[in-house]
Design a binder for this molecule. Structure first.
Ligand code: NG6
Ligand code: CA
Length: 497
């Protein structure tokens, strides 16, 4: 009896101990923030990002962290599932009414945490589709939501700020929907009687530079037509406050339980309409102001962790879904006022391109209990998060996460090398990146771009020595045919795996 009692007390103590030791994990995932945008990454830029910089000072700043793709949906797909998006057919930037890309039951980072007994949530941008094969029905209970792939709580913007419907969804319902004013969304045919951007540019508070000329909502032309849902529509200028408050509230509510929070900001994607508090504050136009707003959101999250005694035992990762873009379809003064700010730092390229700036992104990890602050040049990919975080909390990597490597040692600063190689992708182009060389496979023709910015596509093979030429100026393909051959073969092997 006594023996049993001692034994069960011991077991209880051990479980309580283990429970208390479980680290919380917060992923702050920015939209379209470039390698050079934060001051800690590119001090030549004058814009200050004090909260992000403080995170970097207390954590590990990675110089060679990559997304798997140079656009949003494919990157987010890889981050959550651990699979390169191009292994599946047709994963591209999704419209707002697309069906769910990650089918219910498919393991994700969130489901790994959920299975390990964590509270799990996504707050912010989703852009991975909703609903069954018919797409979402906005006016009833929406099927196939983040809640079906491991997030116990979700408060999301369905696609992007510039795509309809312009409403928030909490779990499976549109927030503040008036059933008498149902939402209709169509990406091909006009719905409702509201003015559209290309017919009524005089009604716009920010004019489009390309696209973005369908239904005008809150003075902004969107991609796609929408009618109804008037009471549910968001106000762009309040979006960062709303998401940040939700994330802060979630941390406070769950401070006594282990939690995983995927906080995916809308900042600094277009339309860039930060709150009045930030307007004009950067001197760089709307893009710079949105960066300040993003930095503020980061500060609020960090303050909340601190206030609740969670700073030490919470692993915080901050990264971006793809590289920077300046004109992304609205005339918001970001081009005119950019001045000498370099969104990509010393990298070449942009969002949507195969050069480094498309997918080499800021990546900061703070875990004060276990990780010594500093800088790491280890090669890592966001696709590795699911395997690495599974290892962190003693779970197996889901077998569907076929491309995810357990790089926990690299993430925690113990391994300085990381991956041997990784693949990046952008609208039909592929590159393989190693410690030294990067090979960009030739693609047919030039992928069309409305902004005339280079995407890096070429009919000829490209090879760059990133250790000597991080700006990808000097194509070595002709000088180094053996390396081209080797990397071409390796890329094909990975693609056909
Ligand atoms: C493009 C949009 C761009 C942005 C992007 C998605 C046009 C002309 N351009 O099609 O503004 O919305 O899609 O960005 O419509 S992402 O970060 O979600 O990938
Ligand atoms: Ca993006």
């Amino acid at each position: 009896m006594t023996k049993n009692l001692i034994l069960s007390t011991l077991i209880l103590l051990q479980t309580t101990y283990l429970f208390a030791q479980k680290p919380n994990v917060v992923i702050i995932y920015a939209d379209d923030i470039g390698y050079g945008d934060f001051h800690c990454y590119y001090p030549n830029n004058k814009l200050q990002t004090p909260n992000v910089d403080k995170l970097a000072k207390d954590g590990l700043l990675f110089t060679r962290a990559y997304t798997t793709a140079a656009t949003c949906t494919p990157s987010r797909y890889s981050l959550l599932t651990g699979e390169y998006s191009w292994r599946q057919k047709g994963i591209k930037i999704l419209p707002g009414n697309a069906p769910a890309l990650i089918k219910s039951g498919r393991p994700t980072i969130a489901s790994v945490f959920k299975n390990a007994g964590y509270e799990t949530a996504v707050v912010g941008k989703w852009h991975l589709g909703l609903g069954d094969s018919q797409g979402p029905d906005w006016n009833t209970t929406i099927k196939e939501t983040p809640n079906d792939v491991g997030f116990k709580y979700s408060f999301i913007l369905p696609a992007t700020g510039d795509r309809v419907p312009t409403v928030y969804i909490e779990n499976s319902k549109v927030v503040n929907l008036d059933p008498k004013d149902p939402i209709i969304v169509d990406y091909n045919n006009k719905v409702g009687n509201e003015p559209i951007g290309r017919e009524h540019p005089e009604l716009l508070k920010v004019k489009h530079s390309h696209g973005h000329d369908y239904t005008i909502i809150n003075g902004v032309g969107r991609i796609g037509y929408m009618s109804g849902g008037k009471a549910a529509r968001w106000v762009d200028e309040d979006m960062a406050d709303i998401f940040t408050n939700k994330a802060v509230g979630y941390i406070e509510k769950n401070k006594d339980k282990p939690f995983f929070l995927y906080f995916a900001t809308h900042d600094i994607h277009v339309p860039r309409l930060p709150n009045q508090r930030f307007v004009g504050k950067s001197g760089l136009g709307a893009r710079g102001d949105a960066l300040l707003e993003f930095d503020w959101s980061v500060g609020e999250i960090l303050k909340t962790l601190e206030k609740n005694g969670l700073s030490k035992n919470t692993l915080v990762i901050l990264s971006s879904d793809n590289g920077p873009v300046v004109d992304d379809g609205y005339q918001d003064q970001s081009v005119e006022l950019l001045g000498d700010h370099h969104p990509a730092g010393n990298l070449r390229g942009r969002k949507g391109g195969i050069f480094e700036a498309g997918s080499r992104v800021p990546f900061i990890l703070r875990y004060s209990e276990k990780v010594k602050p500093g800088v790491s040049n280890a090669l890592i990919s966001q696709v590795d998060l699911i395997a690495s975080l599974s290892a962190l909390i003693g779970q197996n990597t889901p077998k569907e996460a076929v491309d995810s490597q357990n790089q926990l040692n690299a993430l925690l600063g113990k391994d300085k090398v990381g991956r041997k190689e990784l693949v990046t992708n952008s609208v039909g182009s592929y590159a393989i990146v190693e410690e030294r060389f990067k090979y960009i496979a030739p693609t047919e023709g030039q992928v069309n771009t409305n902004t005339n910015a280079e995407r890096g596509n070429s009919n000829s093979p490209q090879l760059y020595d990133l250790t000597l030429d991080v700006g990808e100026k000097n194509n070595l393909a002709e000088k180094e045919p053996e390396t081209v051959k080797r990397l071409e073969k390796r890329l094909a092997e990975i693609r056909n795996k």
